[in-house]
Design a protein around this ligand. Sequence first.
Ligand code: AMP
Length: 169
Amino acid sequence: MRVLMLAPPGGGKGTQGIRLAEHLGVEHVSSGDLLRAAVAERTPLGLQVETYMNAGELAPDALVTEAIRPILKTRDDYVLDGFPRRLAQAEGVDFDAVVFLDVPHDVVKERLLARGRADDTPDVIENRLREYDDDTHPLIDHYQDKGVLLRVDGDRPPDEIAAELREKL
Ligand code: AMP
């Protein structure tokens, strides 16, 4: 089974994606984790994406696609977190289910400020939310049209959300 987690930044796609992957017995693949590891290791990819990540902007499609595609090619099943993040990245990747964790912007802002990751400062958070609205949100309609979208209320205790996902997937 191939599942995509879609949510605004701070919407819980990492937390729920890991739990769902465990439940399904498949790998959790996170583009954000992969890119953060590349930055930490100072690889050529890391050096190219670092400024975008620090600014809360999406990294160039070609770079992220080249980094993720080989990982997907060698696996049949996965829970994918953070890719595709833009319609231009969606070509050639199909999902059995796309989970949309719906969380209002004011709630995710509070969560991100409390989390305090390097890219969780007020200015960067605003940029990430804007990029989400402009670039990532259109994917929701895209997968709705394909008939694979599962909308879940993400403004609830994590255990409740995880239980709903286990029941429905
Ligand atoms: P995340 O951990 O999913 O919040 O991602 C952290 C940052 O990594 C984002 O703000 C982007 O800068 C970058 N990133 C992650 N996934 C992608 C993607 N699919 N396309 C472009 N940039 C990405």
